[in-house]
Write a protein of this length. Structure first.
Length: 701
């Protein structure tokens, strides 16, 4: 069966799951109705595995299958819908299918007894459908349609427990903040449609490459330099990725999204919604100019560093992982901006596995903490605060083991998947700083910022992940009664995290080489495809490839050193207790408070934008009602009413009076003449004689 047909089946099955749960799920609650949705999603996983295996055993760097139809024909412009299947599509489908399938299974135990149990599985279905749609779309317009659907379904999932004000607010915050980025994306799409006349990837890149883009610049954009306009188009479309992938300054929605169920956190923050922005950037990569890439690299690098500095002080286990996600997404975006195209997409895949594992493993801890607290009748203790945990490795050995695997992976330690992709990204930043001279970032001699952001974030990441492990699983229990009631989570929770634990090791990603330091694993073959995907007008690919080769080992050794420093520092402070963290916090003073309070970004938005905006709206409303309506609209109304009253009086007295006067006169004449018009001929003869006599007398006298 053609790959396109398989991808259509994969796309449709989660939609069927959504429809089923919305119309029939409530009736089947308690009768294993959720397994119908799980079965449909697992079928998509099986089909994705078949497509992936076919790609591996018959690898073609330029493999491409496409099917489309014209949805709207406007003469000079056609809007098309279509499916594109290439190697990137297949890998992304597999990633989404793995995470979604495991989250569905995990949710059976985690969401047991939920008041909206069937609706929850329905929302998982529509979310998965939306992500599959983004993945298989062959044009930017179709991506935008599914992009908005992802935003809607994530709003529904984050706000699943809408009776909690914090959850309802988090859903609204995610929806609104993402709309800000989507406005920029929509503007970029309008530029593309106006100048290039198409949304189709292949046709768009072809028209940019053969000069049709420059020829199409005119009309509304007349006088604008074509390369500048292309830069703006790329940056504006990337605005959508800033929102969805939670890049600075639109990252503020993602930590609040922790208010949703933990499986939803894994689904949104691992491989799906937040990865959509990275996937979009991968897709538009060939149209990015050096200046656009500089902007993207700087946003990604700063986000990676900025979010890591916040995660380092958080005490809520899910908040630490949320800011970690923001930081890792920054890594991916930075890689794409530096030209390390394969490394950025590679990290998307490895991150999906170890971050999905981290969220689901944290959910295992939270789930069992809730059970323990419930047994004790304790409704005050926060089940997500790491300061209430400690020593759990003896009670939850499976969860601890997989958590350790994921932490080693995200820290970039050899034998784990994160090492392979993070090393490639850091090598890309090193090569960019040393060898690239195109784009405003390099021309301003600021390219060194990227390796600084990258290696600094790597050090901080290793520190805060092992801080989390030591606070949660090591040391003495903070609450002995809660600790005594703790035990390992049920199999429906532990099996999915064990699967992700296996997928977070180097073996899966280095097949068939079995080389823990990279080698020619299956993912590295994407380099062949990447050679033909060079941004228009970008830096020389051979120079960058040479720089990557030269930077590989220095970047790897430096990465290992900074990761070791981060882990070692966490050991000294939180495991051996050689250094008192409270004293460090006191000495750091304002820096510690800034990190703990997320550098006051929410407050900046609240007091710098939202409240002034609301006050401005209130002032405009007051002006509208009290001044404009009262004095202008109502004043004109009163004057018009007075004028109308005067006109009415004049109409009654003058116009109607004159009309009535003539009416009375003619009425009187009619009444008088009726005595003359008798109908008797004798009378008429007498009147004639009288008239003749009067004429005669007048003439005589």
């Amino acid at each position: 069966m053609p790959m396109v047909n398989l991808s259509i089946i994969i796309l449709v099955l989660p939609l069927i799951s959504f429809v089923f749960q919305m119309f029939f799920g409530r009736r089947l609650e308690g009768k294993k109705g959720e397994w119908i949705s799980i079965s449909l999603v697992l079928v998509t996983l099986l089909l994705a595995i078949i497509m992936f295996a076919s790609m591996l055993f018959d690898y073609q760097p330029d493999f491409r299958q496409e099917a489309q139809f014209t949805w709207l024909n406007l003469g000079s412009f056609q809007l098309e819908m279509g499916i594109l299947v290439d190697n990137i599509t297949i890998i992304m489908l597999l990633v989404v299918a793995i995470i979604s399938g495991l989250v569905h299974i995990y949710s059976v135990e985690y969401m047991k007894g939920d008041v909206r149990y069937s609706r929850y599985f329905g929302f998982l279905g529509i979310f998965t459908f939306s992500m599959y749609g983004i993945t298989v779309a062959n044009n930017l317009f179709m991506i935008y349609c599914f992009w908005e659907l992802v935003g809607l379904s994530s709003y529904l999932l984050i706000g699943h427990w809408w009776e909690k004000k914090s959850a309802a607010d988090a859903g609204k915050k995610a929806f609104i903040v993402n709309r800000i980025g989507d406005i920029g994306m929509f503007m970029g799409l309008l530029i593309v449609a106006t100048v290039a006349g198409t949304f189709n990837y292949e046709l768009l890149f072809e028209r940019i490459g053969n000069g049709a883009w420059a020829a199409g610049v005119g009309g509304l954009f007349g006088g604008v330099d074509p390369s500048t306009l292309l830069t703006w188009a790329g940056v504006l479309i990337f605005m959508g990725a800033i929102g969805k992938s939670a890049q600075f300054p639109l990252h503020v929605w993602l930590p609040d999204a922790m208010e949703g169920p933990t499986p939803v956190s894994a689904l949104i923050h691992a491989a799906t919604m937040v990865a959509a922005g990275v996937y979009l950037t991968v897709r538009i990569f060939p149209m990015l100019t050096p200046d656009a890439m500089s902007f993207i690299a700087l946003i990604g690098g700063f986000t990676a560093f900025f979010a890591a500095t916040i995660a380092i002080t958080q005490n809520d286990i899910k908040k630490v992982l949320a800011y970690s996600t923001v930081s890792q997404l920054g890594y991916m975006i930075m890689a794409l901006g530096t030209g390390a195209y394969v490394a950025g997409f590679f990290h998307l895949v490895t991150h999906a596995m170890f971050k999905g594992l981290l969220f689901l493993a944290s959910g295992s801890v939270i789930h069992m903490m809730h059970h323990s607290l419930h047994k004790l009748g304790d409704h005050e203790t926060d089940a997500q605060d790491m300061r209430n945990m400690g020593g759990l490795r003896t009670k939850m050995p499976i969860t601890y083991t997989v958590f350790l695997i994921a932490s080693l992976s995200i820290s970039g330690i050899p034998l784990f998947s994160g090492f392979l992709s993070k090393d490639a990204i850091l090598a890309g930043t090193w090569a960019y700083a040393a060898h690239i001279h195109d784009g405003w970032l390099a021309q301003a001699h600021l390219g060194w910022l990227l390796p600084f952001f990258g290696f600094s974030a790597a050090l901080i990441t290793a520190f805060y992940m092992f801080r989390l492990i030591f606070m949660t699983f090591h040391g003495e229990p903070k609450n002995k009664a809660v600790f005594d009631n703790m035990h390992e989570a049920p199999k429906l929770i532990t099996v999915p995290i064990m699967v992700l634990g296996a997928l977070s090791t180097w073996i899966f990603f280095t097949l068939p080489s079995f080389n823990p330091l990279g080698g020619e694993g299956w993912f590295q073959h994407l380099v062949e495809q990447a050679k033909s995907v060079v941004p228009v007008g970008a830096f020389d690919a051979e120079t960058f490839a040479h720089g990557l080769h030269a930077a590989h080992y220095p970047a790897m050794y430096t990465s290992l050193i900074v990761a070791g420093l981060g882990i070692g520092l966490a050991v000294l402070i939180y495991l051996l207790r050689e250094i008192d963290p409270e004293k460090i916090a006191t000495r750091l003073g304002v820096l510690y408070r800034g990190s703990l309070n997320k550098w006051y970004m929410d407050e900046i938005y609240l007091h710098g934008i939202i409240r002034p905006f609301l006050k401005g709206c209130g002032a405009v409303a007051t002006f509208d009602m009290e001044i404009y309506d009262h004095y202008v609209i109502d004043g004109v109304g009163r004057r018009v009413k007075s004028l109308a009253t005067g006109t009415g009086v004049a109409d009654d007295l003058v116009v109607d009076g004159a009309v009535n006067l003539f009416g009375i006169i003619f009425q009187w004449l009619g009444w008088t003449l009726k005595f003359v018009q008798t109908g008797k001929i004798q009378n008429y003869l007498i009147y004639v004689l009288i008239g003749v006599l009067m004429v005669y007398l007048i003439n005589v006298f």
